[in-house]
Every structure is written in C-alpha cells, then in structure tokens.
Design a protein around this ligand. Structure first.
Ligand code: PLP
Length: 391
C-alpha cells in the first residue's frame, strides 16, 4: 500500500522535533550536529532569534495580501538585494525551481522582444541541478531526473561540465543563454574555476547572449561572499536564488539587470505567494545579517579552519576518502566508495551530512557554526570514517 506521504524520498528514520543553532534534537532526545542545514537552507542556524523575531512580528500583523497591492516588506527586500548585487530588479518566488522557471521565461522573452524569436536555446552542463519542475528537469537533462517524464520542455542543449571547446561550438544563432551553477551542489560540490566563469562571461558578451547563474545553493554567504560569482569578479545577467535567502522560510527570487528583464512587463509573470510579507520579512532579516562584512569575514575564517581539518581527516583515512573540494562553507568530501555509507555512519555518531553525485558527501553547515562545533563535527566524521573503513 502506498504510504500516505508520497514516497519520492528514501528517508532516514530520524524525527527531529526542535532545532537550536547548529543542533537538531530527535524525538528521543539525541542531539545531532547538523552539517546539512536542510541542504544549505538554514544558513543562520535553527531557530535563529533574529529570524524568529522577524517572522513572529510579521505573523502577528499580516500574513498575506496579494501582488495586486504594494507589499512593503517585498519592496524592502528587493531594495536590499539590488543594493548588494549586480541586479536592478527582483521577482520573488517560493523555491529554487520556480526561480528556474522565471529565469528561462525571462531569457526567452528578452530576445523575443528584441525581434529574435528564434533565440530560445539555453546551454546547460552535466551534473547540474535546477529543480524538479518541467523546466528544471529539462534544463538539467540527466536520465535520473527526466526518465519517464517526457515529452520534455524543448530548448535545452546539454554539454559536458568543463568542455570549453564544446561550449564554443554549441553557441549558435538560436542560443539565448548559458545557465550554470558557480558551484554545483547536487552534482558533487564542483566549483567552476574563477577563470572559467570569467571566460564564460566573455563568451556570452562576444555572442550577445545572457549569462544565467543558479546560486540557489551557493549564494547568500555560503562561499564567503554574498554571491559566489563575486569571487570571479564577473556579474551575470540573471540569477536564481532560494534556499539560504529565507533561512528556512520558503523564499526564492530571480535577480536581473534592467536590460535582461526588459520583456517582463505587467501581466507577463506572476505568483500568488511570491514575495509575501512573511517570507520577505524573514528575507530582510537574513540580508541584514549576511551582508555585514564582519559576518562574511567570519564565514571565510571558519571555512579555512574546516578545510584544514578536513584535509587532515582525508589524510588519516586514505581508504575512505579521496579528497576535499568546494568553496567556503560549501565543502565536499570525495569518497572512495558510496557516500551513503559515510552519511549513515554519521547518523550513528549523531552527525548530519548530505550525499551528492560523484561519491561526494556534502558539508553545508549553518554559516553561524562555532569553532567548537566545527571541531566536534570533524571528530564525529573521524569516528564515522573509522566505521566505514572497518566494513
Ligand atoms: C535546491 C536547488 C534548486 C531547486 O530548489 P527548490 O527550492 O528545491 O525548488 C535549484 N538549483 C539548485 C542549484 C539547487 O541546489
């Protein structure tokens, strides 16, 4: 008999009932150190007092009106995002996959309005993940995500990650954009090297096409800059965000330049809940914290510390680990075998990590993690690795 919850996830037998910073408390009282943060969502930890206050203050005043009216919290969050990024304008969504939908529509509409209606194709890369909507799975294109769900949304060209020659050859007069994650998340914590992101920007400029970045997982302070592309010193035309921007409240957005967004006039797109007062009140509180240079400096310092400790861990378990990779507090441990074994051994040590493709275990702790918690996490990883090695 089918479970009452549609069984699209294979879930661990863990029932969390409470969160405190970097910790999740199981119904039986066990305290788990959370290096998954709900897959990079709880960027400021669980039950962060400033976010709780922003949400509950707003909840007592007004939950929902409609995008038929002005929404002051939405205006405030858009202003903050515009002030701190390349963007001139923002559309708010409730998730990453909705942001992907709009990014695709926006890119096509841009060229349609420029009198180039045949420019509809978007180039994407192997190992990418852009969500589970029809556009999202078509964009990623992997068999794992698309099999059985055809016919797929047309207009995506899939290339091998890192194949520069194929990329040059693939851009034609029907290409409208290149869509890429600056650091692949689900694909196994694969950063696009800064020089490649720069090269991609140049290539897009050369051909007059749009660069769309998916910063749903790597954005909002995760890599030690507010947005990951800042490391490369380039800016996109369109960028998707979600996950960390809501700190655990469902919130996403599409940021764009005035030029890229020019086709999105009244009536061309919408969302009932997108940009609602609750989500935007929390988003404002998140932005106020993560845009503080001192906060980002701390993320970078802790990232260096964790990376150093992980290099040591890899060196002491060569039979379990291959290497460490990633950027900031978005790190991956490449394993010699199935990552599920280490994730499971972690549960026994009351430690949460997240598997990814390419035999990688992802470490995406709350950006507020303390030095003591980092040390504790690595001790638990060390014990989990010993368990894996013994099997
Ligand atoms: C999680 C994720 C998405 C999809 O976000 P949802 O909120 O699950 O729809 C899209 N792109 C990237 C890079 C992601 O990590």
């Amino acid at each position: 008999m089918i479970p009452s919850v549609l069984p699209t996830y294979s879930r661990a037998p863990l029932n969390f009932v409470k969160g405190e910073g970097t910790w999740l408390i199981e119904a039986d009282g066990r305290r788990f150190l959370d290096l998954g943060a709900g897959i990079a969502v709880n960027a400021l930890g669980h039950a962060n007092p400033e976010l709780v206050k922003a949400l509950t203050d707003q909840a007592q005043r007004l939950w929902h009106t409609s995008n038929l009216y002005q929404i002051p919290q939405q205006q405030a969050l858009a202003d903050k995002l515009v002030a701190h990024s390349f963007a001139d304008t923002v559309f708010f969504t409730n998730s990453g996959t909705e942001s992907c939908e709009l990014a695709v529509k926006m890119a096509r509409k841009h060229f349609y309005d420029k009198g180039e209606p045949d420019r509809v194709e978007i180039i994407t890369f192997s190992g990418s993940f852009h969500g589970r909507s029809a556009a999202g799975i078509a964009a990623a294109g992997s068999e794992k995500m698309t099999k059985g769900f055809g016919p797929l949304l047309p207009g995506f060209v899939h290339l091998e990650f890192g194949d520069h020659d194929a990329l040059r050859a693939a851009i034609t007069d029907t290409t409208c954009a290149v869509l890429v994650e600056p650091v692949q998340g689900e694909g196994g914590i694969r950063p696009v090297p800064d020089v490649c992101l720069k090269g991609l920007r140049d290539l897009c400029d050369e051909h007059g096409i749009l660069m769309i970045l998916d910063e749903v997982q790597c954005g909002v302070g995760r890599t030690g800059k507010l947005f990951a592309h800042e490391w490369a010193g380039v800016t996109p035309d369109i960028m998707m965000v979600a996950k960390g921007i809501g700190g655990g409240f469902p919130l996403g957005g599409v940021l764009a330049t005035e030029e890229a967004a020019s086709g999105m006039t009244a009536g061309t797109h919408g969302s009932t809940y997108g940009g609602n007062p609750l989500g935007c009140a929390v988003g404002c509180a998140v932005m106020d914290i993560v845009t503080d240079p001192a906060f980002l400096a701390e993320v970078n310092r802790k990232a260096g510390l964790l990376r150093q400790k992980l290099e040591g861990l890899v060196a002491s378990h060569p039979e379990v680990f291959d290497s460490v990779r990633g950027s900031g507090l978005m790190l991956g441990l490449k394993c010699k075998g199935e990552p599920a074994a280490l994730v499971k051994a972690g549960y026994a040590e009351e430690l949460l990590t997240v598997p990814a493709a390419g035999n990688v275990v992802r470490l995406l702790p709350p950006l507020t993690i303390t030095d003591a918690e980092l040390s504790e996490a690595v001790s638990r990883l060390d014990r989990a690795a010993a368990t894996v090695a013994a099997h």
